[in-house]
Design a protein around this ligand. Structure first.
Ligand code: MIC
Ligand code: SF4
Length: 639
């Protein structure tokens, strides 16, 4: 039986376990990436583990999220990150150099390697033929220390691409089509491998748009083969030497195969406020648009911005519309500047922002009350833009740019000729904004600002605990609900006591004070609980408030691991109907944990109603040990 690409790369990196679906394996991590919003915590944890130098082939620390400096916290964190990188042997990408995923793809990604990143969109690297996975900061800290990364072997879905995209139809439409078919929970437990003759028609940055937004499907990661397109891109990046061909065996097996004919796709758009609410653009034509934001790790590559410029050239942004542009990297920014495209974009009236995440994470550019905002990003979760009642739509740069001119959602195919853009033979290569760490870092002083507080830890797990059901929520709760981001809260990422005042505030403002008053308790939720980002603060801060267990119908992958890493017991309802037998304010007791977690079943008693039932604990032996130790940090230190 032939091997698929996913198992080939996993197999080359296997250090523990066997490649059989559902089984836990440990894999060696070649590269890591961190960013400033998750990185400060990750490096504090790395320091706490107590290893003298990173043991990966390459670790890169990026500053791209918390770039708005309204007070001292963010710049202090940047200084900490720069000094800690030099101390421990990590490459440091300075603020201004661009969004981690875009820069990593350009300068560091290599076919066949593994990459673990403390950001859920790390799978962008799958566009380069690597197994690139998003994880919590603590998992990345362990990997930086040379530890394996553990995951349950996912099933592999082949997406067989045929045909070729029509003009005005883009890679964004490929992933929106995937979201339309599979939904935001459809990918949990899967890796997607793209294949088929259509693959050869997509450039590496286009593939990266697709793998990037695979995160929104809930998949562990997505991967494309490394082929002639990959070689061409690497040569254009001056890195042709790292190319190697990587394709599945001709008789490779998959757990499922689905087909997408690229030639049948049309421009698509995701409606508020979930990335899977996808419809054809033509179905919403005429919708008045107030804001257009182009950028993010999904859609701010060279070609994306060249096409945007081609559409805007000689025109003016519609009077109703406020348009912003955030180039994905300094490389892209410099190239469109030198080639004159930036001038066309400025002349059209776009507001030029720095090369960073910006509006995608609510770092400015919140839409006005009731405004319709069209963004080329990957997430439109309610309130993420900074406005609780926002109406954010997700689409391609082409759809966004055309709407910026017409002031309303327009099928771009009616706009005229698709701007002709050539893929560059050579990108501008200048890595001066990436600081190489010194050979020997032990003398480097680590600079800490006053907002940087130690990582809180937890005691070992008791056999039973009781407490109040503090909050009951529904399906598809995101980490943006649990631990909101945005310009006001992000500066507290390195201060858990302070950030914990914001847990669940967009769902219930009283949550933090009630949790504190009750001395902690339980949270109950529905399906796909914790989807979205990798931010471990969505586990750490509730842990700090005393949340002991989260009981839901099922979990999203990264958040599930983060809960375990911080000693919060993740439990599933064995019968989804039990959800209705739990009410906010009930007093609950979970018992028999020490044995029960190993057996996979614990008992829950609702002390308010007198009802008892079983809860499922879906944990590997290793995860049980971590929970018993009080989390991954005490567990790792203990070893
Ligand atoms: C996001 O897109 O939600 C973020 C901000 O990049 C997060 C990481 C974070 O919360 O810092 C992610 O995707 O993991
Ligand atoms: Fe940054 Fe947005 Fe990408 Fe997250 S999704 S890394 S916030 S650009």
């Amino acid at each position: 039986m032939g091997q698929n690409l996913v198992y080939k790369i996993l197999g080359e990196h296997l250090v523990e376990g066997e490649l059989s679906v559902g089984k836990e394996i440990g894999i060696r991590i070649d590269q890591t990436l961190t960013q400033d919003a998750t990185g400060t915590m990750a490096f504090l944890q790395f320091e706490a583990i107590g290893i003298d130098r990173v043991r990966t082939r390459r670790s890169v620390s990026y500053v791209d999220h918390n770039t708005l400096q309204t007070s001292f916290e963010n710049p202090d964190d940047h200084r900490y990150l720069q000094s800690v990188a030099a101390r421990y042997g990590v490459y440091f990408s300075r603020p201004g150099n661009g969004i981690c995923h875009q820069v990593h793809l350009e300068r560091f990604a290599e076919p066949g390697l593994t990459l673990l990143g403390s950001d859920s969109h790390t799978p962008t690297g799958g566009g380069m033929g690597m197994i690139a996975i998003g994880a919590g900061g603590l998992d990345v800290a362990v990997a930086m220390g040379g530890g394996a990364y553990y995951l349950n072997v996912p099933k592999v879905m082949k997406v067989n691409l045929t045909g070729r995209l029509d003009p005005w139809v883009t890679a964004k439409d490929v992933i929106l089509e995937m979201l339309r078919r599979l939904t935001v929970k459809g990918g949990v437990g899967w890796i997607v491998e793209y294949g088929g003759p259509g693959v050869a028609t997509l450039t590496v940055p286009e593939r990266a748009t697709v793998t990037n937004m695979g995160a929104e499907l809930g998949v562990t990661t997505s991967v494309f083969p490394a082929d002639e397109q990959t070689r061409h891109y690497l040569i254009a990046q001056g890195r042709g030497d790292v190319w190697r061909e990587l394709v599945p065996d001709p008789d490779a097996e998959y757990d499922q195969v689905i087909d997408i004919d690229l030639g049948e796709l049309e421009p698509l758009i995701a409606q508020p406020s979930m990335p899977d609410r996808v419809v054809p653009v033509r179905a919403l034509e005429g919708l008045k648009v107030d804001q257009v934001c182009i950028g993010s790790c999904t859609n701010s590559s060279y070609m994306d911005l060249k096409r945007t410029a081609g559409i805007l050239k000689g025109k003016t942004v519609h009077p109703r519309v406020s348009m912003t542009l955030s180039p994905g990297s300094k490389q892209v920014f410099e190239m469109i500047a030198r080639e004159g495209d930036l001038a066309d974009i400025i002349a059209a009236g776009a507001r030029i922002l720095e090369s960073a995440c910006g509006p995608c994470i609510g770092m400015g550019q919140a839409p006005a009350t009731g405004a319709i905002s069209l963004r080329t990003f990957n997430r439109n979760f309610a309130g993420r833009s900074g406005n609780r009642d926002d109406k954010v739509y997700l689409c391609s740069p082409e759809v966004a740019a055309v709407a910026a001119i017409t002031g309303e959602l327009t099928d771009p195919r009616k706009f005229g000729d698709h701007p002709p853009v050539e893929f560059p033979e050579r990108f501008i290569i200048n890595d001066d904004m990436i600081i190489t760490p010194p050979e020997e870092g032990s003398e480097v002083e680590i600079i800490r600002g006053p907002n940087i507080k130690p990582v809180p830890t937890k005691d070992p797990l008791p056999d039973a605990f009781e407490g109040e059901l503090l909050l009951k929520v529904g399906d598809n709760i995101t980490t943006d609900h649990i631990m909101p981001a945005g310009a006001k809260i992000l500066p507290l990422r390195s201060n858990i006591p302070a950030i914990s005042d914001h847990v669940f505030v967009s769902v219930d403002e009283t949550f933090p004070s009630r949790a504190r008053a009750a001395g902690g308790g339980f949270v109950v939720g529905g399906v796909n609980y914790g989807q979205g980002s990798s931010r471990e603060h969505a586990a750490l801060a509730p842990m700090y408030l005393g949340v002991k267990a989260v009981i839901v119908k099922n979990f999203a992958r990264i958040h599930y691991a983060n809960l375990i890493n911080f000693g919060i017991v993740p439990l599933e309802l064995s019968d989804p109907a039990d959800y209705d037998r739990l009410n906010q304010g009930d007093r609950l007791k979970v018992s028999g944990l020490l044995d029960g977690l190993e057996r996979g079943e614990v008992e829950l008693e609702n002390l308010t109603s007198g009802v008892k039932f079983k809860l499922v604990a879906r944990l590997t032996t290793r995860q049980v040990k971590i929970l018993k130790a009080g989390g991954l940090l005490p567990f790792t230190r203990g070893r």
